[in-house]
Design a protein around this ligand. Structure first.
Ligand code: AMP
Length: 112
């Protein structure tokens, strides 16, 4: 069954898209936890980081470099956090690999 994020990639569900290329898409989280909260996802359907394979190495690197570029274009010069929730204990709620890019305020540590 198609995940929510697959539907966003396919434009079946609207999203505030801030970046897209042939491999990935970035859009604003619908429930932002910081002034800037963007989700960066691969177009390839990988359910979670636990499901990534050696063949995904270049794609994973591309996602992180995309996040780095987005942090610049979104003005996060004071820093930011990148989070990948994985599985039940990690708090993952959508089974399509995604990285949260959070910034625009001082973020506490440790997370809950
Ligand atoms: P996670 O809990 O790590 O799986 O993150 C899933 C994220 O997707 C949450 O932060 C949600 O707020 C976000 N989300 C859910 N539905 C949408 C949507 N339609 N558009 C944008 N973000 C969404």
């Amino acid at each position: 069954m198609s995940t929510l994020f697959r539907k966003i990639i396919d434009r079946e569900i609207p999203a505030d898209i801030v970046f897209e290329d042939e491999l990935c898409m970035a859009f604003r989280d619908i429930h932002p936890q910081a002034p800037t909260h963007v989700l960066v996802i691969p177009k390839k359907e990988i359910p979670s980081l636990a499901d990534a394979r050696a063949e995904d190495q270049a794609l994973l690197g591309h996602l992180l470099l995309t996040i780095r570029s987005l942090a610049v274009t979104l003005g996060l010069a004071d820093g930011y956090r990148v989070v990948a929730n994985c599985g039940a204990h990690g708090g993952q709620s959508v089974d399509h690999l995604h990285f949260h890019l959070l910034g625009g305020r001082h973020l506490g540590w440790p997370p809950g």
